[in-house]
Design a binder for this molecule. Structure first.
Ligand SMILES: [Zn+2]
Length: 216
């Protein structure tokens, strides 16, 4: 089976556009290696690409995406830990200075948790994975049946805060964050309007990142 035509067309557009314009940068990155200062932990959702939202150039963002932008607590054992491995590399080898947990509106993973959705397969990988947000949900209280849009948005944002707490359970990162060498940030992308909200650590509220209304 051949690669979808959409991807071939997209690559052609990339080659004649962005690659042509940034060829030198790609060569430089190939020779010198990457040294991004920012790690983004985002959701797999096709609407919330961090590189698009932050208008990133090659080499600028070290991105990990998973269902509902989660990070499990530090748990060294014999299981496979993809997010922890990426975090270990970002902090220990790349020396990133910022880690951004990017949540978003209308997250299917968060909805699945709130609605207690039936497993999609016998493995119930989503159910197990999404149980990571149980501590955030417990803090919010009853969710209603079905959960309201307002509740889901609050849970999506509470989950970002919970994930920031999980990041601090990684001993090395916890130390670096405590002494200000790595800054942790929470953000939330409202898909329909394109508005980006940033977590204000003082108030615990998500506030607009940019002044002025986003043009519809
Ligand atoms: Zn999502």
């Amino acid at each position: 089976m051949s690669l979808p035509a959409r991807l071939i067309e997209g690559y052609e557009a990339f080659r004649s556009g962005r690659l042509a314009a940034e060829q030198d940068r790609y060569r430089e990155l190939a020779e010198q290696g990457q040294s991004p200062e920012i790690m983004v932990i985002g959701c797999c959702d096709s609407r919330v690409s961090p590189e698009v939202i932050f208008d990133a150039r090659p080499g600028e963002l070290f991105v990990v995406r998973n269902v509902a932008n989660l990070v499990p607590p530090y748990s060294p054992d014999n299981n496979y830990h993809g997010v922890s491995a990426a975090l270990e590399f970002a902090v220990g080898a790349l020396g990133v200075k910022h880690i951004v947990v990017l949540g978003h509106a209308r997250c299917g993973g968060v909805r699945a948790f709130a609605e207690d959705s039936a497993p999609l397969s016998p493995g119930d990988f989503i159910g197990k994975w999404m149980s990571l947000i149980a501590p955030a949900a417990e803090k919010l209280g009853p969710c209603g049946d079905p959960p309201s849009a307002d509740y889901l948005a609050r849970l999506e944002q509470a989950s970002v805060i919970n994930t920031l707490g999980n990041l601090l359970t990684f001993p090395r990162l916890g130390k670096l964050a405590a002494c200000g060498r790595v800054a942790l940030h929470g953000a939330y992308f409202a898909v329909a309007t394109g508005e980006l909200l940033i977590l204000d650590p003082q108030s615990g509220q998500f506030v607009p990142a940019a002044s002025g209304a986003v043009r519809a």
